[in-house]
Design a binder for this molecule. Structure first.
Ligand code: IDC
Length: 676
């Protein structure tokens, strides 16, 4: 629809480019393409939002804005570039559908947007054509949401040449006056509201002395606003806001006033030699402060093809001068300038796949700039979480020389290190919170969090501080735990006994009762380590043959038996140095006629070494090897003597030792044969 009407400016652009190309030998390329944003989304949008404290929102950090020379500055007097999202016309559902706190918050938290533009179309069924009251409601809602979220909001009196010919904002001067009277008054105490008094004049020069020019219009409207507020006012310029340079000779006298440039990058190709681009540079050179309240990365119709490269060149220029920008437009309308694909019907919480080329590029642009934003002072908020209870920049860099070296001047970097590494490493970042002390002090926390140190910081921030828990000065573990996963090991385990008895345990778990208990459960019992003065595995094992039969060499089972039963049965668990009631039955055969554990282990040093306290092992050895080898395991039975003494046995049993032992057990003993 508008394409035809752009011909004039496009023709001028081409002509100018030609003239420039012929007359100049070198056309300097724009400096600084460091931020050449891609049209492919470089970030993952998950539709999540952050719970920012007011002080961490864009407005909370930067406060009320003002103009200083050609620059927009924040309340710290630093240059400040707004990253703006323009809604579509709010008289249409494509515009007001997205007026919600959730939508603005998505823009703020995932799109890197700091400001919202509200296009109040004057015609096209807009403010002067029947929609005023509906649009008033929408404006007021939008300002409320933006304000709640600490975002800037630009109220745009959207005069727009949709019907051809010229567009002179003086045509709606009285309506404009009452509109701005109303809103300047309503928002006089709002530091985050900006006013744009005429979107895109056409065929209306900045100044011609007629009283019907833009200069006169601005001089009629701005005093109305200034009755109430010195908020930033942005004034449109001639030819769809492409001529801010025209202002230079007749600048307005009101402070905090800026002048508009609009571009559509496929029509107005970024770079020297483009008429609009050059107009901006001229304006800046002449001290005219410029704001880009609308631009697109497609052609001037808001549709058609994209020119991303051109858009990036425009952004480079804007970056050089800190020029704020507002990208056209947040909707899913089926046209190139829409941020969202037309298939996306979500009104907020958009995810990566919902974004069009414009939307993707726009997010890249914002997020790149957001990442480079220098905090105005030490920050404590990271990813929406405020670490002020546990983090202080100065304390952190002064305590750790490695941190100072790397992050000594980097507030955000130091905080990021703390959050992503420092907490895991247990570093202290504020005098009032030492995670080691906090952990030592509270068994309830240890049993929940174990060695997951960041959880302790988190607990203190969320609850511990409010509960007035002690977080410094406790150097030893208090009330060490004995229970894990619902099992109480206190009958066989005591933290202090365990770490003091074993130097390796002290080294590894000196301040870590959970780790020590885990070690005891997973390894210590298997290894037969003693966990408490009143329970000694070897003694318990020595004392009870029923347990040895049941558990054999499964050490852990003895501990568990004592915990569950032995303790109640008052079984003895210390001081028994020798094996009591050593077993003599193996695979159902009782070897007691030829075998005695004490005799066997005392007679053979190798047996003693290996089976000194292991009656089951010794007997097994005897049965499977000892008899074959002719070893003696009882004063009553010597196989060599037995064999030598009885010729009948030798005839029947030959040279097989084992058979002699077995014969004695089954017959020889009863027959009173002598086997000594
Ligand atoms: C366009 C919208 C389009 C709508 C039209 C109505 O993209 O959906 O149908 O307005 O007139 C501007 C104007 C802005 C235009 C935009 C694209 O400020 O209102 O929006 N554009 O044509 N100036 C240059 C381009």
């Amino acid at each position: 629809m508008l394409k035809g009407k752009r011909v004039t400016s496009r023709f001028v652009s081409i002509l100018m480019a030609l003239v420039m190309a012929l007359s100049m030998v070198v056309i300097a390329p724009p400096k600084d393409t460091a931020f050449a944003a891609s049209a492919t989304l470089q970030y993952t949008l998950t539709g999540s939002t952050k719970n920012l404290a007011a002080s961490e929102t864009p407005y909370g950090k930067h406060g009320k804005l003002h103009v200083d020379g050609i620059y927009l500055k924040d309340s710290h007097n630093e240059k400040y570039q707004l990253r703006g999202a323009s809604l579509h016309g709010i008289q249409w559902d494509v515009g007001y559908n997205y007026i919600s706190k959730e939508a603005f918050q998505s823009l703020r938290d995932e799109w890197g947007v700091t400001a919202i533009r509200l296009p109040v179309y004057v015609t096209q069924g807009g403010y002067t054509e029947g929609a005023a009251s509906a649009m008033d409601t929408r404006i007021q809602n939008a300002v409320k949401y933006a304000t709640d979220l600490g975002m800037y909001v630009l109220i745009d009196w959207h005069v727009h040449d949709a019907y051809g010919g010229s567009c002179n904002p003086n045509s709606w001067k009285s309506q404009s006056k009452s509109f701005f009277e109303k809103y300047a008054k309503m928002y006089k105490s709002y530091g985050n509201v900006l006013f744009e008094i005429c979107n895109e004049p056409v065929n209306t020069p900045w100044y011609n002395g007629s009283g019907n020019d833009l200069y006169s219009y601005a001089n009629a409207i701005i005093p109305v606003i200034r009755k109430y507020t010195d908020a930033i006012v942005i004034v449109g310029t001639n030819t769809w806001s492409q001529q801010p340079d025209e202002v230079a000779d007749h600048k307005l006298s009101y402070k905090n006033t800026m002048y508009t440039v609009h571009f559509y990058s496929a029509t107005h190709i970024g770079g020297d030699g483009n008429w609009v681009y050059d107009n901006v540079k001229k304006a800046l050179n002449k001290g005219v402060p410029v704001m880009c309240t609308e631009f697109g990365v497609c052609d001037a119709s808001g549709n058609g093809s994209y020119n991303i490269d051109s858009a990036n060149k425009w952004m480079s220029l804007f970056d050089q001068y800190g020029i704020s920008y507002f990208c056209w437009q947040l909707s899913n309308k089926n046209e190139s300038s829409s941020y969202l694909k037309s298939s996306c019907s979500k009104r907020s919480k958009w995810t990566s796949g919902d974004l069009s080329t414009t939307g993707s590029w726009f997010v890249n642009v914002n997020r790149e700039r957001e990442a480079k934003e220098k905090p105005s002072g030490p920050v404590t908020v990271y990813n929406g979480v405020d670490y002020a209870r546990v983090f202080n920049f100065n304390y952190y860099v002064n305590k750790y020389s490695d941190i100072k070296r790397v992050f000594g001047n980097d507030y955000a970097g130091a905080l990021k290190h703390f959050v992503t590494s420092g907490m895991k490493e247990g570093r202290q970042a504020i005098a009032t919170f030492d995670v080691k002390s906090y952990k030592n002090k509270y068994a309830d926390l240890r049993s929940k969090f174990g060695n997951d140190l960041p959880k302790y910081y988190d607990h203190y921030m969320k609850y511990g501080y409010a509960e007035k828990r002690v977080a410094t000065g406790v150097t030893t573990v208090q009330n060490p735990i004995t229970k894990l996963n619902g099992v109480d090991y206190s009958k066989v385990y005591d933290f202090n006994f365990y770490i003091n008895k074993y130097s390796d345990m002290k080294r590894l778990f000196g301040n870590d009762d959970v780790g020590a208990l885990q070690h005891f459960i997973n390894n210590g019992m298997k290894e037969g380590r003693q966990g408490k003065a009143s329970f000694e595995l070897s003694s318990y094992k020595n004392a009870y043959s029923d347990l040895r039969k049941a558990f054999g060499s499964n050490n852990k089972a003895y501990y568990l038996h004592y915990m569950s039963t032995g303790y109640k049965e008052k079984r003895v668990a210390t001081g028994v140095k020798t094996v009591k009631n050593p077993i003599t039955v193996y695979n159902g055969v009782d070897y007691s006629r030829v075998y005695n554990f004490t005799y066997y282990t005392n007679k053979y040093s190798d047996i003693k070494r290996i089976y000194g306290n292991d009656d089951i092992g010794a007997l097994k050895h005897f049965v499977t090897c000892g008899m074959k080898e002719g070893r003696q395991a009882s004063a009553e039975f010597n196989v060599a003597h037995y064999k030598a003494r009885y010729a009948d046995l030798r005839r029947n049993l030959g040279n097989d030792n084992v058979k002699y032992y077995m014969h004695y057990i089954s017959n020889g003993y009863k027959e009173h044969r002598d086997a000594r």
